[in-house]
Design a protein around this ligand. Structure first.
Ligand code: ADP
Length: 503
Protein backbone atom coordinates (compact mmCIF):
# COMPACT_ATOMS: atom_id res chain seq x y z
CA UNK A 1 0.00 0.00 0.00
CA UNK A 2 1.06 3.54 -0.61
CA UNK A 3 2.08 5.79 2.24
CA UNK A 4 0.39 8.74 0.56
CA UNK A 5 -3.01 8.13 -1.06
CA UNK A 6 -3.52 10.54 -3.93
CA UNK A 7 -6.29 11.45 -6.33
CA UNK A 8 -5.18 10.32 -9.77
CA UNK A 9 -6.90 11.31 -12.99
CA UNK A 10 -5.58 9.03 -15.74
CA UNK A 11 -6.49 10.21 -19.23
CA UNK A 12 -6.12 8.01 -22.27
CA UNK A 13 -7.48 7.71 -25.78
CA UNK A 14 -7.96 3.96 -25.34
CA UNK A 15 -8.16 1.42 -22.53
CA UNK A 16 -9.11 -2.23 -22.15
CA UNK A 17 -11.92 -3.34 -21.89
CA UNK A 18 -13.48 -0.34 -23.61
CA UNK A 19 -11.47 0.47 -26.74
CA UNK A 20 -8.21 -0.92 -28.05
CA UNK A 21 -5.91 -0.56 -31.01
CA UNK A 22 -2.63 -1.48 -29.32
CA UNK A 23 -0.56 -1.79 -26.19
CA UNK A 24 -1.58 1.63 -24.85
CA UNK A 25 -5.04 0.18 -24.18
CA UNK A 26 -3.57 -2.67 -22.15
CA UNK A 27 -1.53 -0.25 -20.06
CA UNK A 28 -4.32 2.29 -19.59
CA UNK A 29 -6.65 -0.56 -18.63
CA UNK A 30 -4.32 -2.16 -16.10
CA UNK A 31 -2.44 0.74 -14.49
CA UNK A 32 -5.54 2.41 -12.95
CA UNK A 33 -6.45 -0.85 -11.22
CA UNK A 34 -2.92 -1.28 -9.92
CA UNK A 35 -2.81 2.25 -8.57
CA UNK A 36 -6.20 1.73 -6.92
CA UNK A 37 -4.89 -1.47 -5.32
CA UNK A 38 -2.08 0.62 -3.83
CA UNK A 39 -4.71 2.79 -2.15
CA UNK A 40 -5.00 5.73 -4.55
CA UNK A 41 -8.37 7.12 -5.62
CA UNK A 42 -8.37 6.73 -9.41
CA UNK A 43 -10.55 8.07 -12.19
CA UNK A 44 -9.87 6.94 -15.75
CA UNK A 45 -11.10 9.33 -18.43
CA UNK A 46 -11.81 8.17 -22.01
CA UNK A 47 -13.58 9.44 -25.12
CA UNK A 48 -16.98 7.80 -25.52
CA UNK A 49 -16.41 6.09 -28.87
CA UNK A 50 -19.13 4.11 -30.62
CA UNK A 51 -17.58 0.84 -29.43
CA UNK A 52 -18.27 1.92 -25.82
CA UNK A 53 -21.97 2.32 -26.59
CA UNK A 54 -21.92 -1.09 -28.25
CA UNK A 55 -19.91 -2.76 -25.46
CA UNK A 56 -22.93 -3.77 -23.43
CA UNK A 57 -21.57 -1.96 -20.38
CA UNK A 58 -23.94 0.39 -18.67
CA UNK A 59 -22.91 3.97 -18.12
CA UNK A 60 -24.74 6.37 -15.84
CA UNK A 61 -24.74 10.06 -16.47
CA UNK A 62 -22.59 12.15 -14.11
CA UNK A 63 -22.85 15.73 -15.26
CA UNK A 64 -23.12 18.04 -18.21
CA UNK A 65 -20.09 20.27 -18.81
CA UNK A 66 -19.46 23.15 -21.17
CA UNK A 67 -16.30 22.68 -23.16
CA UNK A 68 -14.73 25.67 -24.92
CA UNK A 69 -14.05 25.16 -28.62
CA UNK A 70 -13.20 27.53 -31.47
CA UNK A 71 -16.91 27.42 -32.34
CA UNK A 72 -17.99 28.38 -28.81
CA UNK A 73 -19.05 26.37 -25.76
CA UNK A 74 -20.21 22.83 -26.44
CA UNK A 75 -22.48 21.03 -23.97
CA UNK A 76 -20.86 17.69 -23.17
CA UNK A 77 -22.21 14.76 -21.22
CA UNK A 78 -19.88 12.96 -18.82
CA UNK A 79 -20.85 9.38 -18.01
CA UNK A 80 -19.54 6.83 -15.56
CA UNK A 81 -18.85 3.12 -15.35
CA UNK A 82 -17.28 1.39 -12.36
CA UNK A 83 -14.60 -1.28 -12.31
CA UNK A 84 -14.39 -3.13 -9.00
CA UNK A 85 -10.93 -3.62 -7.53
CA UNK A 86 -10.32 -6.45 -5.08
CA UNK A 87 -12.74 -7.45 -2.35
CA UNK A 88 -14.43 -4.39 -0.90
CA UNK A 89 -11.93 -2.07 -2.58
CA UNK A 90 -12.99 1.34 -3.74
CA UNK A 91 -12.81 0.44 -7.44
CA UNK A 92 -11.89 2.64 -10.35
CA UNK A 93 -14.34 5.14 -11.74
CA UNK A 94 -14.28 5.31 -15.52
CA UNK A 95 -15.58 8.60 -16.83
CA UNK A 96 -16.29 9.15 -20.51
CA UNK A 97 -16.61 12.28 -22.59
CA UNK A 98 -19.49 12.17 -25.04
CA UNK A 99 -19.47 14.05 -28.30
CA UNK A 100 -21.35 12.26 -31.04
CA UNK A 101 -19.80 14.30 -33.86
CA UNK A 102 -16.26 13.49 -32.79
CA UNK A 103 -16.49 10.06 -31.21
CA UNK A 104 -19.53 8.21 -32.57
CA UNK A 105 -17.54 6.66 -35.41
CA UNK A 106 -16.48 3.14 -36.38
CA UNK A 107 -12.78 3.77 -35.67
CA UNK A 108 -10.78 5.35 -32.88
CA UNK A 109 -8.34 7.30 -35.02
CA UNK A 110 -8.92 6.12 -38.58
CA UNK A 111 -10.93 4.03 -40.98
CA UNK A 112 -9.46 1.71 -43.62
CA UNK A 113 -5.96 2.89 -42.83
CA UNK A 114 -6.74 6.58 -43.30
CA UNK A 115 -6.60 8.95 -40.32
CA UNK A 116 -9.69 11.03 -39.64
CA UNK A 117 -8.87 14.49 -41.03
CA UNK A 118 -10.20 16.21 -37.89
CA UNK A 119 -8.11 14.26 -35.37
CA UNK A 120 -6.58 17.46 -34.02
CA UNK A 121 -10.06 18.89 -33.37
CA UNK A 122 -11.22 15.62 -31.83
CA UNK A 123 -8.37 15.30 -29.36
CA UNK A 124 -8.02 18.96 -28.51
CA UNK A 125 -11.72 18.79 -27.66
CA UNK A 126 -11.05 15.75 -25.47
CA UNK A 127 -8.22 17.62 -23.71
CA UNK A 128 -10.29 20.73 -23.13
CA UNK A 129 -13.06 18.51 -21.77
CA UNK A 130 -10.46 17.00 -19.41
CA UNK A 131 -9.67 20.44 -18.02
CA UNK A 132 -13.40 20.98 -17.39
CA UNK A 133 -13.59 17.59 -15.68
CA UNK A 134 -10.74 18.63 -13.35
CA UNK A 135 -12.59 21.86 -12.53
CA UNK A 136 -15.87 20.01 -11.98
CA UNK A 137 -14.24 17.44 -9.71
CA UNK A 138 -12.79 20.20 -7.57
CA UNK A 139 -15.78 22.51 -7.37
CA UNK A 140 -18.70 20.05 -7.40
CA UNK A 141 -17.11 16.90 -5.92
CA UNK A 142 -14.44 18.42 -3.63
CA UNK A 143 -11.96 16.08 -5.34
CA UNK A 144 -8.65 17.72 -6.08
CA UNK A 145 -6.68 16.14 -8.90
CA UNK A 146 -3.20 15.62 -7.48
CA UNK A 147 -1.74 13.92 -10.55
CA UNK A 148 -3.00 14.16 -14.10
CA UNK A 149 -1.46 11.19 -15.90
CA UNK A 150 -1.46 11.69 -19.67
CA UNK A 151 -0.67 9.15 -22.38
CA UNK A 152 0.67 9.91 -25.85
CA UNK A 153 -0.15 12.83 -28.13
CA UNK A 154 -3.92 12.43 -27.93
CA UNK A 155 -3.90 13.69 -24.32
CA UNK A 156 -0.68 15.74 -24.32
CA UNK A 157 -2.49 19.05 -24.88
CA UNK A 158 -3.88 18.89 -21.33
CA UNK A 159 -0.40 19.75 -20.05
CA UNK A 160 -0.20 22.64 -22.51
CA UNK A 161 -3.58 24.11 -21.52
CA UNK A 162 -2.82 23.87 -17.80
CA UNK A 163 0.47 25.75 -18.21
CA UNK A 164 -0.82 28.38 -20.65
CA UNK A 165 -4.39 29.51 -21.24
CA UNK A 166 -5.72 27.86 -18.05
CA UNK A 167 -2.84 28.68 -15.74
CA UNK A 168 -4.68 31.37 -13.79
CA UNK A 169 -7.89 29.39 -13.30
CA UNK A 170 -8.28 28.71 -9.59
CA UNK A 171 -10.38 25.60 -10.22
CA UNK A 172 -7.48 23.78 -11.92
CA UNK A 173 -4.55 25.12 -9.90
CA UNK A 174 -1.78 22.91 -8.55
CA UNK A 175 -2.41 19.84 -10.72
CA UNK A 176 0.87 17.99 -11.41
CA UNK A 177 1.12 16.50 -14.88
CA UNK A 178 2.96 13.37 -16.00
CA UNK A 179 3.09 12.54 -19.70
CA UNK A 180 3.89 8.93 -20.58
CA UNK A 181 5.30 8.31 -24.05
CA UNK A 182 4.26 4.94 -25.41
CA UNK A 183 5.74 5.54 -28.86
CA UNK A 184 7.67 8.62 -29.93
CA UNK A 185 7.03 7.66 -33.55
CA UNK A 186 3.44 8.93 -33.23
CA UNK A 187 3.56 12.64 -32.48
CA UNK A 188 0.26 14.13 -33.60
CA UNK A 189 1.63 16.09 -36.56
CA UNK A 190 -0.82 18.43 -38.34
CA UNK A 191 -0.56 21.19 -40.93
CA UNK A 192 0.40 24.59 -39.45
CA UNK A 193 -2.93 26.07 -40.60
CA UNK A 194 -4.70 23.92 -38.02
CA UNK A 195 -2.83 25.53 -35.12
CA UNK A 196 -5.69 27.89 -34.34
CA UNK A 197 -8.12 24.96 -33.92
CA UNK A 198 -6.56 24.24 -30.52
CA UNK A 199 -7.46 27.61 -29.02
CA UNK A 200 -3.86 28.39 -28.07
CA UNK A 201 -2.22 31.81 -28.49
CA UNK A 202 -0.11 32.27 -31.67
CA UNK A 203 2.91 32.90 -29.43
CA UNK A 204 3.03 29.13 -28.85
CA UNK A 205 3.47 28.40 -32.54
CA UNK A 206 7.25 28.69 -32.36
CA UNK A 207 10.08 26.14 -32.22
CA UNK A 208 10.14 26.56 -28.42
CA UNK A 209 6.45 25.61 -28.32
CA UNK A 210 4.38 23.38 -30.58
CA UNK A 211 5.85 24.24 -33.95
CA UNK A 212 7.89 21.62 -35.75
CA UNK A 213 9.19 22.82 -39.12
CA UNK A 214 6.00 24.81 -39.82
CA UNK A 215 3.74 21.95 -38.67
CA UNK A 216 1.90 21.50 -35.40
CA UNK A 217 3.52 18.84 -33.20
CA UNK A 218 1.19 18.04 -30.34
CA UNK A 219 3.47 15.57 -28.55
CA UNK A 220 6.23 18.15 -28.51
CA UNK A 221 3.90 20.53 -26.66
CA UNK A 222 3.27 17.86 -24.06
CA UNK A 223 6.98 17.15 -23.60
CA UNK A 224 7.74 20.86 -23.17
CA UNK A 225 4.95 21.59 -20.69
CA UNK A 226 4.45 18.40 -18.63
CA UNK A 227 5.91 18.44 -15.13
CA UNK A 228 7.46 15.04 -15.78
CA UNK A 229 7.86 12.78 -18.78
CA UNK A 230 8.05 9.03 -18.55
CA UNK A 231 8.39 6.32 -21.10
CA UNK A 232 7.82 2.61 -20.90
CA UNK A 233 11.27 1.09 -20.53
CA UNK A 234 14.67 2.24 -19.28
CA UNK A 235 16.40 1.38 -22.56
CA UNK A 236 13.84 3.29 -24.65
CA UNK A 237 14.25 6.29 -22.28
CA UNK A 238 17.91 6.38 -23.33
CA UNK A 239 17.29 5.58 -26.99
CA UNK A 240 14.86 8.46 -27.58
CA UNK A 241 17.61 10.94 -26.76
CA UNK A 242 19.36 9.87 -29.99
CA UNK A 243 18.47 10.83 -33.59
CA UNK A 244 17.86 7.20 -34.53
CA UNK A 245 14.97 6.79 -32.09
CA UNK A 246 13.90 10.35 -31.23
CA UNK A 247 12.07 10.96 -34.53
CA UNK A 248 13.19 14.59 -34.48
CA UNK A 249 12.24 15.12 -30.84
CA UNK A 250 15.61 14.03 -29.41
CA UNK A 251 16.59 17.67 -28.80
CA UNK A 252 13.35 18.54 -27.02
CA UNK A 253 13.61 15.35 -24.98
CA UNK A 254 17.26 16.11 -24.22
CA UNK A 255 16.17 19.43 -22.71
CA UNK A 256 13.95 17.48 -20.33
CA UNK A 257 16.41 14.66 -19.65
CA UNK A 258 16.45 15.46 -15.91
CA UNK A 259 12.68 14.97 -15.87
CA UNK A 260 12.57 11.82 -17.97
CA UNK A 261 12.25 8.33 -16.54
CA UNK A 262 11.75 4.87 -18.04
CA UNK A 263 9.31 2.64 -16.15
CA UNK A 264 8.66 -0.81 -17.61
CA UNK A 265 5.09 -1.80 -18.35
CA UNK A 266 3.64 -4.83 -16.66
CA UNK A 267 0.79 -6.96 -17.89
CA UNK A 268 -2.61 -7.84 -16.48
CA UNK A 269 -1.72 -11.27 -15.10
CA UNK A 270 -5.38 -12.19 -14.56
CA UNK A 271 -6.42 -11.46 -18.14
CA UNK A 272 -3.28 -13.16 -19.45
CA UNK A 273 -3.01 -16.34 -17.42
CA UNK A 274 -2.52 -19.73 -19.12
CA UNK A 275 -3.95 -21.44 -16.04
CA UNK A 276 -7.36 -19.79 -16.41
CA UNK A 277 -7.48 -18.22 -19.91
CA UNK A 278 -10.92 -19.10 -21.31
CA UNK A 279 -9.84 -18.36 -24.90
CA UNK A 280 -7.55 -21.42 -24.80
CA UNK A 281 -8.77 -24.92 -25.66
CA UNK A 282 -6.85 -26.19 -22.61
CA UNK A 283 -5.17 -24.56 -19.65
CA UNK A 284 -1.72 -25.27 -18.33
CA UNK A 285 0.83 -24.19 -15.78
CA UNK A 286 4.59 -24.15 -15.53
CA UNK A 287 4.41 -27.43 -13.62
CA UNK A 288 2.01 -29.25 -15.93
CA UNK A 289 2.33 -28.09 -19.52
CA UNK A 290 0.38 -30.86 -21.23
CA UNK A 291 -2.37 -28.30 -21.99
CA UNK A 292 0.11 -26.33 -24.08
CA UNK A 293 0.35 -29.27 -26.48
CA UNK A 294 -3.44 -29.23 -26.80
CA UNK A 295 -3.25 -25.48 -27.52
CA UNK A 296 -0.64 -26.12 -30.21
CA UNK A 297 -2.80 -28.72 -31.93
CA UNK A 298 -5.83 -26.45 -31.66
CA UNK A 299 -3.88 -23.65 -33.29
CA UNK A 300 -2.70 -25.91 -36.10
CA UNK A 301 -6.35 -26.88 -36.71
CA UNK A 302 -7.48 -23.25 -36.58
CA UNK A 303 -4.99 -22.36 -39.31
CA UNK A 304 -5.53 -25.62 -41.21
CA UNK A 305 -1.93 -26.66 -40.76
CA UNK A 306 -1.04 -30.33 -40.43
CA UNK A 307 -0.54 -31.73 -36.96
CA UNK A 308 3.25 -31.76 -36.61
CA UNK A 309 5.82 -31.72 -33.86
CA UNK A 310 8.00 -29.16 -35.66
CA UNK A 311 8.32 -25.83 -33.84
CA UNK A 312 5.38 -23.49 -34.36
CA UNK A 313 6.37 -19.82 -34.62
CA UNK A 314 3.80 -17.13 -33.80
CA UNK A 315 3.57 -13.45 -34.73
CA UNK A 316 0.93 -11.00 -33.48
CA UNK A 317 1.52 -7.43 -34.46
CA UNK A 318 0.46 -4.32 -36.22
CA UNK A 319 1.82 -5.08 -39.68
CA UNK A 320 4.16 -2.13 -39.93
CA UNK A 321 7.81 -1.66 -40.62
CA UNK A 322 8.25 -0.57 -36.97
CA UNK A 323 7.43 -4.14 -36.01
CA UNK A 324 9.89 -5.49 -38.58
CA UNK A 325 7.14 -7.40 -40.37
CA UNK A 326 8.79 -6.63 -43.70
CA UNK A 327 11.86 -8.49 -42.40
CA UNK A 328 9.70 -11.48 -41.54
CA UNK A 329 8.18 -11.39 -45.04
CA UNK A 330 11.65 -11.27 -46.58
CA UNK A 331 12.83 -14.46 -44.88
CA UNK A 332 9.63 -16.50 -45.21
CA UNK A 333 10.92 -18.36 -48.31
CA UNK A 334 13.96 -19.55 -46.29
CA UNK A 335 11.85 -20.31 -43.22
CA UNK A 336 9.49 -22.40 -45.31
CA UNK A 337 12.40 -24.57 -46.35
CA UNK A 338 13.05 -25.40 -42.69
CA UNK A 339 11.14 -27.86 -40.53
CA UNK A 340 8.78 -25.38 -38.84
CA UNK A 341 5.35 -23.81 -39.04
CA UNK A 342 4.48 -20.12 -38.85
CA UNK A 343 1.25 -18.34 -37.95
CA UNK A 344 0.72 -14.59 -38.24
CA UNK A 345 -2.11 -12.41 -36.92
CA UNK A 346 -2.21 -8.71 -37.70
CA UNK A 347 -3.48 -5.79 -39.68
CA UNK A 348 -1.61 -2.82 -41.00
CA UNK A 349 0.22 -1.53 -44.02
CA UNK A 350 -1.52 -2.76 -47.19
CA UNK A 351 1.78 -3.59 -48.86
CA UNK A 352 2.91 -5.89 -46.03
CA UNK A 353 -0.57 -7.46 -45.87
CA UNK A 354 -0.51 -8.19 -49.63
CA UNK A 355 2.99 -9.58 -49.44
CA UNK A 356 2.12 -11.92 -46.57
CA UNK A 357 -1.07 -13.08 -48.31
CA UNK A 358 0.89 -14.02 -51.42
CA UNK A 359 3.45 -15.91 -49.32
CA UNK A 360 0.75 -17.76 -47.42
CA UNK A 361 -0.93 -18.81 -50.65
CA UNK A 362 2.37 -20.31 -51.75
CA UNK A 363 2.95 -22.20 -48.47
CA UNK A 364 -0.49 -23.18 -47.15
CA UNK A 365 0.80 -26.25 -45.29
CA UNK A 366 3.47 -24.41 -43.36
CA UNK A 367 2.11 -20.92 -42.91
CA UNK A 368 -1.17 -19.57 -41.51
CA UNK A 369 -2.24 -15.95 -41.82
CA UNK A 370 -5.14 -14.03 -40.34
CA UNK A 371 -5.52 -10.41 -41.37
CA UNK A 372 -7.65 -8.69 -38.76
CA UNK A 373 -7.86 -7.86 -35.09
CA UNK A 374 -8.88 -10.84 -32.97
CA UNK A 375 -8.34 -10.81 -29.22
CA UNK A 376 -9.21 -14.50 -28.75
CA UNK A 377 -6.86 -15.64 -31.50
CA UNK A 378 -4.08 -13.50 -30.00
CA UNK A 379 -4.47 -15.50 -26.78
CA UNK A 380 -4.55 -18.79 -28.66
CA UNK A 381 -1.36 -17.94 -30.54
CA UNK A 382 0.38 -17.06 -27.28
CA UNK A 383 -0.88 -20.36 -25.87
CA UNK A 384 -0.24 -22.60 -28.86
CA UNK A 385 3.01 -21.36 -30.38
CA UNK A 386 6.44 -22.58 -29.31
CA UNK A 387 8.21 -19.31 -30.15
CA UNK A 388 7.10 -15.75 -30.54
CA UNK A 389 8.85 -13.66 -33.18
CA UNK A 390 9.13 -9.91 -32.58
CA UNK A 391 11.85 -8.28 -34.71
CA UNK A 392 10.83 -4.66 -34.02
CA UNK A 393 13.07 -1.90 -35.39
CA UNK A 394 12.24 -0.03 -32.22
CA UNK A 395 10.02 -1.06 -29.34
CA UNK A 396 9.20 1.31 -26.47
CA UNK A 397 8.27 -1.60 -24.21
CA UNK A 398 6.28 -4.24 -26.08
CA UNK A 399 3.67 -6.33 -24.36
CA UNK A 400 3.41 -9.34 -26.62
CA UNK A 401 6.81 -10.68 -25.53
CA UNK A 402 5.67 -10.39 -21.90
CA UNK A 403 2.56 -12.45 -22.69
CA UNK A 404 4.85 -14.92 -24.43
CA UNK A 405 7.05 -15.30 -21.37
CA UNK A 406 3.99 -15.96 -19.25
CA UNK A 407 2.62 -18.50 -21.74
CA UNK A 408 5.87 -20.43 -22.11
CA UNK A 409 6.28 -19.27 -25.71
CA UNK A 410 9.95 -18.45 -26.09
CA UNK A 411 10.43 -14.93 -27.49
CA UNK A 412 12.88 -14.22 -30.30
CA UNK A 413 13.15 -10.43 -30.21
CA UNK A 414 15.17 -7.60 -31.63
CA UNK A 415 17.58 -6.22 -29.01
CA UNK A 416 15.99 -2.80 -28.63
CA UNK A 417 13.95 -0.80 -26.11
CA UNK A 418 11.76 -2.82 -23.79
CA UNK A 419 12.55 -6.03 -25.67
CA UNK A 420 16.17 -5.73 -24.56
CA UNK A 421 15.01 -5.01 -21.00
CA UNK A 422 12.58 -7.89 -20.65
CA UNK A 423 14.02 -10.88 -22.54
CA UNK A 424 17.22 -12.43 -21.15
CA UNK A 425 19.10 -13.80 -24.17
CA UNK A 426 20.56 -17.26 -24.31
CA UNK A 427 24.24 -16.52 -23.91
CA UNK A 428 26.80 -18.83 -22.36
CA UNK A 429 26.57 -16.87 -19.11
CA UNK A 430 22.78 -16.78 -18.90
CA UNK A 431 22.66 -20.46 -19.81
CA UNK A 432 24.90 -21.27 -16.89
CA UNK A 433 22.82 -19.24 -14.50
CA UNK A 434 19.62 -20.72 -15.95
CA UNK A 435 18.37 -17.20 -16.40
CA UNK A 436 17.91 -17.09 -20.17
CA UNK A 437 14.34 -16.66 -21.37
CA UNK A 438 14.73 -16.11 -25.12
CA UNK A 439 16.82 -14.88 -28.02
CA UNK A 440 18.10 -11.45 -29.06
CA UNK A 441 18.46 -10.42 -32.70
CA UNK A 442 21.28 -7.89 -32.63
CA UNK A 443 20.71 -6.05 -35.93
CA UNK A 444 17.63 -4.96 -37.81
CA UNK A 445 18.38 -7.01 -40.89
CA UNK A 446 16.62 -9.98 -42.43
CA UNK A 447 19.90 -11.94 -42.31
CA UNK A 448 20.31 -11.38 -38.56
CA UNK A 449 16.70 -12.39 -37.93
CA UNK A 450 17.07 -15.55 -39.99
CA UNK A 451 20.33 -16.49 -38.26
CA UNK A 452 18.80 -16.12 -34.78
CA UNK A 453 15.70 -18.07 -35.78
CA UNK A 454 17.90 -20.87 -37.11
CA UNK A 455 19.67 -20.89 -33.77
CA UNK A 456 16.36 -20.95 -31.86
CA UNK A 457 15.07 -23.83 -34.00
CA UNK A 458 18.27 -25.76 -33.30
CA UNK A 459 17.96 -25.16 -29.56
CA UNK A 460 14.33 -26.32 -29.77
CA UNK A 461 15.66 -29.80 -30.55
CA UNK A 462 17.58 -29.77 -27.26
CA UNK A 463 14.62 -30.56 -25.00
CA UNK A 464 16.22 -29.98 -21.58
CA UNK A 465 17.63 -26.67 -22.77
CA UNK A 466 14.31 -25.62 -24.29
CA UNK A 467 12.38 -26.58 -21.16
CA UNK A 468 14.78 -24.47 -19.15
CA UNK A 469 14.05 -21.46 -21.36
CA UNK A 470 10.31 -22.03 -21.13
CA UNK A 471 10.37 -22.42 -17.38
CA UNK A 472 12.59 -19.39 -16.75
CA UNK A 473 10.21 -17.33 -18.89
CA UNK A 474 7.12 -18.57 -17.10
CA UNK A 475 8.72 -17.78 -13.75
CA UNK A 476 9.59 -14.21 -14.79
CA UNK A 477 7.65 -11.59 -12.87
CA UNK A 478 5.84 -9.65 -15.60
CA UNK A 479 3.14 -8.27 -13.30
CA UNK A 480 2.48 -4.63 -12.68
CA UNK A 481 3.50 -4.77 -9.03
CA UNK A 482 7.05 -3.43 -9.46
CA UNK A 483 6.13 -0.79 -12.01
CA UNK A 484 3.10 0.42 -10.07
CA UNK A 485 5.45 1.09 -7.14
CA UNK A 486 7.74 3.10 -9.42
CA UNK A 487 4.80 5.25 -10.57
CA UNK A 488 3.72 5.60 -6.94
CA UNK A 489 7.13 6.92 -5.92
CA UNK A 490 7.20 9.36 -8.83
CA UNK A 491 3.68 10.67 -8.22
CA UNK A 492 4.24 11.15 -4.50
CA UNK A 493 7.54 12.99 -5.06
CA UNK A 494 5.92 15.27 -7.64
CA UNK A 495 3.09 16.19 -5.32
CA UNK A 496 5.61 16.90 -2.53
CA UNK A 497 7.65 19.04 -4.89
CA UNK A 498 4.49 20.93 -5.90
CA UNK A 499 3.67 21.65 -2.29
CA UNK A 500 7.16 22.93 -1.58
CA UNK A 501 6.87 25.29 -4.58
CA UNK A 502 3.68 26.74 -3.12
CA UNK A 503 4.92 27.15 0.48
P1 ADP B 1 1.93 -1.87 -29.93
O1 ADP B 1 1.25 -1.19 -28.81
O2 ADP B 1 3.09 -1.12 -30.49
O3 ADP B 1 0.99 -2.31 -31.01
P2 ADP B 1 2.54 -3.97 -27.99
O4 ADP B 1 3.31 -5.24 -28.08
O5 ADP B 1 2.92 -3.05 -26.88
O6 ADP B 1 2.60 -3.24 -29.40
O7 ADP B 1 1.01 -4.33 -27.79
C1 ADP B 1 0.28 -4.93 -28.78
C2 ADP B 1 -1.01 -5.44 -28.16
O8 ADP B 1 -2.00 -5.51 -29.19
C3 ADP B 1 -0.89 -6.83 -27.59
O9 ADP B 1 -1.85 -6.96 -26.56
C4 ADP B 1 -1.26 -7.71 -28.79
O10 ADP B 1 -1.75 -8.96 -28.39
C5 ADP B 1 -2.35 -6.86 -29.41
N1 ADP B 1 -2.53 -7.03 -30.85
C6 ADP B 1 -1.78 -6.50 -31.85
N2 ADP B 1 -2.29 -6.85 -33.04
C7 ADP B 1 -3.37 -7.60 -32.79
C8 ADP B 1 -4.34 -8.25 -33.61
N3 ADP B 1 -4.27 -8.20 -34.94
N4 ADP B 1 -5.34 -8.94 -33.02
C9 ADP B 1 -5.41 -9.00 -31.66
N5 ADP B 1 -4.54 -8.40 -30.84
C10 ADP B 1 -3.53 -7.72 -31.39
Amino acid sequence: MTQHPLNLLIVSSEAVPYAKTGGLADVAGALPLEMAKLGHDVILLLPHYRCLSESGRSFRSVCQLRVPTPQGLVETLIEEDLIPVGEGGRGVRVWTVRNETFFDRPGLYQERGIDYPDNLDRFSFFCRATIEVIAHLRTACRWTTHILHLHDWQTALCAVYLKTIDRDRLDVQGVRTVLTLHNVGYQGLFPGEQFENMGLPPSLFTPAGLEYYASVNVLKGGIVFADYVTTVSPTYAREILTPEFGFGLEGVLGNRADRLLGILNGIDIDRWNPETDSYLPANYSVIDRTGKQVCKQGLQREFQLPKASAPLLGVIARLTSQKGLDLVATIIPQLMAMDLQLVILGTGEPEIEANLKALQARHPLRMGLRIGFDEGLAHRIEGGADMFVMPSRYEPCGLSQLYSLRYGTVPVVRKTGGLADTVVPLTARARQAERATGFHVEEDTAAALLAELRRAVAVYQDRPMWDQLVEAGMHTDVSWARSANAYDRLFVSLVREGKSHVS
